[in-house]
Write a protein that binds this ligand. Sequence first.
Ligand SMILES: *Cc1c(COP(=O)(O)O)cnc(C)c1O
Length: 394
Amino acid sequence: MKDIGKKGMMTRIIHAGQHADPATGAVSTPIYQTSTFAFRDADHGAACFRGEPGYKYTRLGNPTTEALEHNIAELEHGCGALAAASGMAAVNMVYLAFLGQGTHIVATDALYGPSRMILESEYVRFGVASTFVDSSDPKNVAAAMRPDTKLVYLETPANPTLKLTDLEACAEIAHKGGALVVVDNTFASPYLQNPLLQGADIVLHSMTKFINGHTDVVAGIVVAKDPEIYARLRKVHFNFGGTMDPHQAWLVLRGVKTLGLRMDRAQDNAMKLGAYLEKHPKVAWVRYPGLESHPQYALGKRQMRGGGAVLSFGVKGGLEAGKTVINNVEIATLAVSLGGVETLIEHPASMTHTGVPIADRLAAGISDDLVRLAVGCESYEDLEADLARVLEMI
Ligand SMILES: *Cc1c(COP(=O)(O)O)cnc(C)c1O
């Protein structure tokens, strides 16, 4: 493997954890589509099962999946990574490894829906207590800490409010209370934010989003800061079995190589669209961490390398106006998810959050007029023209 730890970000994205295939010299990591691996003899098999290097069975390790794990571990400055079948398999790997009877978790209130829902409806059955707080103010995290708190689980930027959480401040609070800090870094991607360098112990991604980037794979990954945490996660992961298929790993590996290029492009589009929307007479407000109007702009500058590619804005005219926008766009596609090369648009109040009680939705900062734009890599002029046209309709 090349030693590229000190190289530039684009070099690291492309080369981290990669090496020509030892058997054939193939430059692109081959898809080792096999469930099991032959041993040379009984002693070799015994050595592999004792933990010496060597592949045994794909759930316990596969060269294609490992190439992806090495890549993301390096990009996130961790000691090791574990690829999972989906982002939710990654989230649950962390919950299952560190939560149990009589334990407590403090989490960002605007957590990705299922990451919150599964704590409230399933983990509670196993005696796990959870407290959800607006982590954009670290004082709320401090106030929620209990003697049995094992995890502080943060999402920044949060979805779809784009509120930021101060990772260093929250890590200090969590560690003082004896808890581990986990960050879902899906929204920023390792290109823009590295929570392990800011005090977190574990970082996870839904690679379905920016890391794969092509809207064609569902996948997740967990990165650990130190070997002890990695070993604990690995044991849980291999036995619960939400591991990644080698073909899936190969697709994500192919996607991640262009993470920097895609992110630069999408972020540039997002920045320009944010500035455009801010001046538009039909737009009430814009929330984007890259704009100076963001209430936590200074924090964003400190802990991120850019504002990212997701922005939300309010349309004058509320719920109906929001529906008009999403029903009439042509370039932006009406769909949930984010992080792909194509721009996606959604209106939480009339789509994803219709099942949430209105008071709860408003308390979480998701107003009737909020439209979320997951900006892609299209030609900027076309994205602006698309929005200009639909905003004239409201
Ligand atoms: C999509 C998403 C997840 C879940 O990932 P899947 O790949 O859909 O299982 C978790 N966290 C965040 C922030 C997400 O956007």
